[in-house]
Design a protein. Structure first.
Length: 389
């Protein structure tokens, strides 16, 4: 008799991870002297943790600190430092007790979803979207409700979309800046959505992991400043270049503090102690983080100037994050096959849009520009030669 496979095992794949594996395999197969692979498939900064973060971790290890479990919500000093960040950056008073340090933002989402929703609940999000939002919801027995967004809505949800939903969903996930399009909600639009959600009993989850990486068209704002019921997700992976340290946080509304704490105690016990030590130090490494940000800004500007000449002339505004969301419908109707050929023939790894929008993603490709600056500068030339431009 065949054994049962649980519902959670049926969650769709996160295709960018398959692209990473294919790019790794292609890189290993290159002959000596052959041009290397330009990695534009993954949102992983090409730099490591800030020097001050690494030095804090080294010092703690040399001091012989035991590095055991912390409290489920993390080191009190790190939670206090994160709370201070909200006051300094946004003018928002957040209590350290509302901060939950998590195993990356990826570890924050299941905690938030389990605390806020029940099986069968509908949770809305704009499409295109970050795939694990929907995939984690499906694994937990919840129902993603996709709101098709496009260039006309800046690839973001609108208040009109939400007001048209009858009945309202149990929750809404927003991201500003968003992955994959890199677009942002203006503060007044974020405020209107947050207040609507609070008034309608819709739990708002605001993914703010790309804060610190915006390019001046729209100001950054936190949903916590506009709604006492919103859940905010953030991470040290992007602005602080600490992807592999697996450290993030939740800023929780008061009614979910204890429920999330109980879940964290049982599911993860705590985030890694050494990563928390490094993360706290990273928050004061402003000069180095801003230098990284300046590098991304240069790469963004160079790509926006050069990519149209390579055939990629239909792109989202790229307000923030480090992605270009390119409409390639004039080049292909199969972005998966297109990206496979791009890797094999041009040596450039990028992510097919079907990972982010299953209905319309066959005509989109996401390019990440957080890799080495010289690689980003070389990419348009390779693409131009590949497409015969």
């Amino acid at each position: 008799m065949a054994l049962k496979v649980g519902r959670g095992a049926l969650a769709p794949p996160f295709l960018v991870m398959d692209v990473i594996a294919a790019a790794n395999a292609r890189a290993q197969s290159l002959a000596p002297g052959e041009p290397g692979i330009i990695r534009m498939e993954v949102g992983q900064p090409g730099t490591g943790a800030p020097r001050g973060a690494a030095e804090a971790a080294i010092a703690a290890l040399r001091a012989g600190a035991p590095m055991g479990y912390t409290e489920a919500f993390g080191l009190p000093s790190l939670r206090a430092r994160i709370a201070r960040h909200y006051a300094e950056k946004y003018g928002h008073a957040a209590a350290p007790a509302q901060v939950a340090v998590t195993v990356g933002a990826s570890g924050a989402f299941p905690l938030a979803f389990l605390a806020a929703f029940d099986r069968g609940d509908e949770v809305a999000m704009a499409a295109p979207f970050y795939p694990p939002y929907a995939n984690i919801l499906v694994a937990l027995g919840m129902v993603p409700k996709l709101l098709p967004a496009d260039a006309g809505t800046n690839f973001q949800p609108t208040l009109a979309m939400l007001e048209a939903m009858d009945p309202p969903p149990a929750g809404l996930i927003i991201a500003s800046p968003c992955n994959p399009a890199g677009t942002m909600l203006a503060p007044e639009d974020l405020a209107a959505i947050a207040r609507w959600c609070d008034a309608k009993g819709v739990r708002l989850i605001s993914d703010e992991i790309y804060h610190g990486l915006s390019w001046g068209r729209t100001a950054e704002a936190t949903a916590a400043a506009f709604s006492p019921s919103a859940i905010v997700v953030n991470s040290f992976s992007k602005y602080f270049s600490m992807t592999g340290w697996r450290i993030g946080w939740l800023l929780l509304p008061q009614d979910l503090v204890r429920p999330v704490e109980c879940l964290a105690q049982n599911m993860v016990i705590s985030a890694p102690h050494i990563a928390q030590v490094a993360a706290e130090a990273a928050m004061d490494c402003v000069e180095e983080c801003e230098a990284n940000r300046a590098r991304y800004a240069r790469s963004r500007a160079a790509l926006l100037a050069a990519m149209p000449g390579a055939g990629f002339n239909r792109m989202a505004p790229a307000d923030g994050a480090f992605y270009l969301w390119a409409d390639v419908g004039h080049l292909t109707n199969d972005s998966t096959e297109f990206c496979a050929r791009m890797l094999a023939e041009a040596g450039i790894a990028a992510t097919p849009g079907v990972d982010f929008d299953r209905a319309r993603g066959a005509r989109y490709v996401r390019f990440s520009y957080c890799g080495p600056e010289e690689d980003m500068a070389a990419a348009p030339g390779r693409l131009r030669r590949w497409l015969g431009r």
